[in-house]
Design a protein around this ligand. Sequence first.
Ligand code: FES
Ligand code: FE2
Length: 369
Amino acid sequence: MGEMSFSGGVYQSLPARAYCDETVFAQERVRIFRRSWQLVGHQTDIPNFGDYVVEDISGVSVIVIRGQDGEIRAFYNVCVHRGHELLNGKGCTKKMTCPYHAWTYDTTGQLRAAPNAAAFPGFDKSRYKLRPVRVELFFGLILVNLDPDARPMAKLAREALTEITEYAPNLTTYKRADRTERLARANWKVVAENFNECYHCAVVHKTLTTGVVDPDQYRTSGFDYGIRHASPARPEGQKSYSYVADPEARTDKFLTWWFFPLFALQVYPGGIVNTYRWKPLAVDATKIEVDWWLPEAKPNAVEHEIILQHRTTTFAEDAPIVDSVQRGLESGALGYGALVVDDACSSQSEHPIMAFNAHYQKAMETTAP
Ligand code: FES
Ligand SMILES: [Fe+2]
């Protein structure tokens, strides 16, 4: 597909009911969320043998665990005896013992022990393994995908790889430094559209548009993987901060790669990295988690200031917006919204939502497995 192009004009949004309808949400779970790469964390979250995290991937519980060989593996959190879940939360364990009948698996997912095993004629432990889930490391970020046939992330996102390498060259070793989160009372698509269009930036985000990015030069474009955002960094003297966390990082741009449908990677000038993860909890509820990744796990004073600035300005400013849009869409007053696109695809244009819709429609049309 390469870069998507859109011509200026007025287009229709998705129908309002697509943001409110339980049936649509149930279809999205199967056709979109369970077939796409989803962010779980970073390899530095689970540095040692036996370190694990359990994550809910749109209603499916998944274990991500580091093995004795250093490999990170992912499994359905489902005992293959009769279905009980094995682990929850996060921690460290060298073997996984099911709380129901104590079948015990090693970190490769192989069944190692079962009570009274020797007394069951024909029972062969080697034939029982946890069902694996696709897992990939993407610049150190741990991604999982419930679709065994999914395109590898490095192929899907190939247009983004060089730039990520230049602007976040050491992300593979960065550590979790902070988290900002909230629950949006809005459909995940309302939140995704709000994240990707900057028509509202000058209206809603004064700090971002005066101190971090240049709204006149802010550009967004659609790709196979999702949507790329780029802006030159504000010149010295006009920045809300002047700081470089990683001397090896290129620092002349603010960049975001939004990966359809539920996560994004963002680099603030100076090699300061965050990831967004959106968890669609219900048709009208989306948990938003922003994790900050830095060379050291403890943010220094300047980094803390930047994290705080994002939390109290851009992030906070979008909260009432998306909740209000959801109420509007649920009111029944609107059949379809209007999407306004200019020929230049400027920051004051809603072509990113056209790109979102193209991804969305393609995924929804694909026959569910
Ligand atoms: S369901 Fe896990 S041991 Fe029986
Ligand atoms: Fe916003």
